[in-house]
Write a new protein. Structure first.
Lengths: 494, 320
């Protein structure tokens, strides 16, 4: 009897301590992420970690992505599009101020867009602004953007983190002291450790539910697991150890969010390098690959198979996985037809993420089964960019293309996988000029079919978005339509 | 032992120190020059346009030749300017200062733990050679050397952070939070770092003491009528300290420069993690400066150890 009392007593003390901790944490959230941003200016670097911290939280653009990937009004409350589709007139929200107290006006919008497309711009997505011909200030709350040609994806482009609106007064210090218009303002950055943001009490829109938030950088998967289990952190976005997710799922203290990202994970193939210049060889490889085995083996079951370069959660997605079903027998026959009855040897260069390293080993085994030998090389990102992406010195590589709606990369014959199809390029050019949603949808479906028919790359799976959070955390995005950890709608359940 | 001999010895050591630093700077710079990867391309990612890359390279000064960049770097360091990080765009010296306040205390903490455990344990084992105590201590050191410290670190996290909740699983509370909290957050990492060091040091202490105890002068001391304990404390220990000091010096260098894995396991914002991040981001100026600083620290530690030898063993001052 006695030991039982002691245990109960101890348990209630522990519960009390735990309760105190939880009460203290209500207005604050500590969220883990794997990579630390190099700096905090989303308009001059590609690093996804910058957007994760700043997108919607600190910086806002004319339009913004919603949790489902839709394009919603941002700083622009509405807009008019001219009949020829070339002139966009944006009406800005009234009473928007930057975190330094200065007011947002049409001049700031003109400054931001002109800076991004200017000659000495270091914007990583400068292409988003390439179609802009002029930006004019009509009045303090109205700005008119004229495009060289109609562009059906212009509003979408303006929702990117690279297109956020910044002020000329603060632009020089954005990298270390970001000044935006968002619901949170930047507070502190302990480099190598964490970034703190606090609620912007003067926010023009719905105020944030949290008083403050901390982004904590934990790169090691085991450490991420430990920090979550020890409740040092409240949530982890992009959890790096999928093998541990079932453990969190079965623990009542935590919940697991499994969603989709914009990351098409593909076995990228050098279309200009023999034997991959032969569509039969590429088709053979496509049939040699068992997608589910890769998803199970490399991603512990998380990920959606894809048969083309398009996100499955998109309404215009066409499921073409059947066209490249796992069939080693067919693969061997196709190789023989193409003149490689005994297979061949090629290179497989793998960047650091586990989808590539783990997936690469599995793909190598699957290709070996049909006679294709691969020499695996592990590369760092910097080497991958230099050798594979820029140098085009590779046979095969595995990479997740995380930019949203990026099927247009197949229209560029100089892109690293070097797919050259004028018909496809024309379709993309036509798409650009089309603003009718119906017609655009049909063109996008057509585009998916063309690259699937040409077996340009091995289409593996859509990268899953995996997050873990304490049960009381609500409002976190499940899907990742852009690389953002939008905390503006996050709060603690009562 | 005149003051002149000590002075000559120091000048000689200082000269070799300077030469080592110059050679090290050249090697570090050359090594990073040949590493593939363009910092600008790395920062702007796969959608960057050629003109954007050129603009960034110019902004970073990467469009200039290697000789000019080397001269800038070395010239800057001589006046205490380590340059500006390519990616973070903050002065490298500030970044180093931020990280040193984590790495240095951690190294000292670990060194203190390992020395405090190892020296008494080594003496004890040597004094009771062949006894159960000796066997026990030696067995534990075998284990300490064999266990990888990152695994030991994870084990401690599992027990003390996840189950017992005595410590957090990682991170650094910061000195602003008070010395107590800061040291508290460095405790598990320090123990993990200290374990293999303590094991090695114990073995070195024990065997050095046993070697000395076998020497002729010990027999003479015993013959003069000193007890075993007296000989051990007055004669043997002082002579056995030379190899022990060497190992402590090596270990300190290792603790400052080599804590990368432990810093990653405990996600501590230390120097090791900075280098790790900077290498993958091709932030060459940060890598160069931090590695140079570490080389400097290692060389300085060795210099101090050399001087300590000379203090402990007067013969060294004359022979070198």
């Amino acid at each position: 009897m006695k030991p039982k009392t002691t245990t109960t007593g101890l348990a209630s003390v522990l519960a009390l301590i735990a309760g105190m901790g939880a009460a203290q944490a209500q207005g604050d959230l500590v969220i883990g992420m794997q990579l630390e941003p190099p700096h905090l200016d989303p308009t001059s670097a590609a690093a996804g970690a910058i957007d994760q911290v700043t997108y919607a939280n600190i910086f806002e653009g004319l339009t913004r992505f919603g949790p489902d990937g839709s394009v919603n009004p941002g700083l622009a409350e509405s807009w008019d599009i001219s009949d020829d589709g070339r002139v966009y007139t944006f009406h800005l929200h009234e009473g928007v101020t930057f975190h330094d107290g200065t007011a947002l006006d049409a001049g700031d919008v003109k400054f931001s867009l002109d800076r991004a497309r200017g000659e000495d711009s270091t914007n990583a997505q400068k292409g988003l602004f390439a179609g802009i011909e002029t930006v004019e200030v009509v009045d303090p709350l109205t700005v008119r953007v004229t495009l060289a040609q109609p562009d059906g994806s212009f509003l979408f482009n303006m929702a990117w983190g690279d297109a956020v609106i910044v002020a000329p007064e603060s632009v020089d210090q954005l990298k270390t002291n970001p000044v935006g218009t968002g619901a949170f303002r930047f507070a502190d950055w302990a480099q190598g450790d964490r970034i703190d943001i606090v609620r912007n009490e003067d926010y023009w829109g719905t105020p944030a539910g949290l008083e403050s938030a901390t982004f904590k950088f934990i790169s090691d998967p085991t450490a991420a697991f430990a920090a979550m289990m020890a409740e040092d952190i409240d949530a982890f976005s992009g959890f790096p150890a999928p093998e541990n997710l079932p453990q969190f799922d079965s623990d009542p203290r935590f919940k697991v969010l499994v969603g989709s990202t914009e990351g098409e994970t593909i076995l990228s193939t050098n279309n200009a390098q023999p034997p991959f210049d032969d569509v039969k060889v590429r088709k053979a490889m496509a049939h040699a690959i068992d997608r589910q085995a890769i998803i199970d083996g490399a991603m512990f079951g998380y990920g959606t198979p894809i048969g083309t370069h398009f996100a499955p959660h998109h309404p215009d997605y066409v499921d073409l996985t059947g066209q490249s079903a796992h069939d080693p027998e067919l693969a061997r026959n196709l190789l023989a037809e193409a003149g490689y009855p005994d297979g061949f040897t090629t290179t497989l260069k793998l960047p650091p993420p586990s989808y590539a390293r783990r997936g690469g080993e599995i793909i190598a085994a699957q290709l070996r089964e049909v006679g294709i030998e691969t020499e695996i090389t592990n590369l760092e990102w910097a080497q991958w960019l230099e050798q594979v992406f820029r140098g085009k010195d590779f046979g095969l590589t595995i990479v997740s293309h995380t930019e949203p709606m990026d099927i247009g990369i197949y229209a560029n014959p100089d892109y690293y996988f070097q797919y050259d199809n004028p018909a496809f390029a024309k379709l993309m050019a036509d798409l650009q000029g089309e603003s009718d949603p119906e017609a655009r949808g049909e063109m996008l479906r057509e585009a998916q079919r063309i690259i699937a028919d040409d077996y340009v790359n091995g289409y593996l799976f859509q990268l899953a978005s995996l997050s873990v959070a304490k049960t009381g955390v609500q409002g976190l995005w499940k899907n990742a339509p852009t690389q953002a950890i939008d905390l503006t709608g996050v709060s603690w359940a009562d | 032992m005149g003051g002149g001999a000590m002075l000559r010895y120091m000048v000689k050591k200082l000269l070799s120190l300077a030469v080592s630093l110059v050679v090290a700077s050249a090697v570090i710079f050359l090594a990073l020059e040949v590493v593939p990867g363009d910092p600008a391309a790395n920062m702007l990612g796969i959608n960057a346009q050629e003109e954007t890359l050129a603009a960034l390279r110019e902004e970073l000064g990467l469009d200039r030749g290697p000789v000019a960049r080397y001269a800038d770097w070395v010239g800057g360091m001589l006046v205490g300017d380590f340059g500006t990080s390519y990616t973070y765009r903050t002065p490298v010296s500030e970044m180093i200062a931020d990280r040193v306040v984590v790495s240095l205390p951690l190294a000292l903490y670990a060194l203190a733990l390992s020395t405090l455990v190892a020296i008494p344990a080594g003496i004890w084992a040597a004094a009771r050679r062949g006894s159960g105590v000796d066997l026990g201590v030696m067995g534990l050191t075998q284990l300490g050397v064999a266990i990888p410290n990152f695994w030991f670190a994870m084990l401690m996290v599992l027990i003390f952070a996840i189950n017992l909740r005595w410590f957090s699983a990682g991170g650094f509370a910061g000195w602003d939070a008070g010395v107590g909290s800061a040291m508290h957050s460095l405790t598990l990492p320090a123990v993990a770092l200290a374990l293999p060091q303590a094991a090695i040091l114990t073995r070195v202490m024990r065997s050095a003491l046993l070697d000395t105890l076998g020497e002729d002068f010990i027999r003479t001391a015993r013959a003069k009528g000193l007890t075993r304990g007296q000989t051990l404390w007055r004669h043997a220990l002082r002579n056995a300290l030379i190899p022990v000091l060497t190992i402590i010096g090596l270990q300190f260098s290792f603790l400052i420069a080599g804590a990368i894995i432990i810093e990653n396991v405990f996600f501590l914002p230390g120097l090791g993690r900075l280098v790790f991040q900077a290498i993958s981001a091709r932030d060459l100026i940060v890598v160069e400066s931090v590695v140079m600083l570490l080389v400097f620290a290692v060389i300085m530690v060795n210099f101090v150890v050399d001087l300590t030898y000379a203090a402990v063993d007067p013969r060294l001052r004359r022979s070198r």
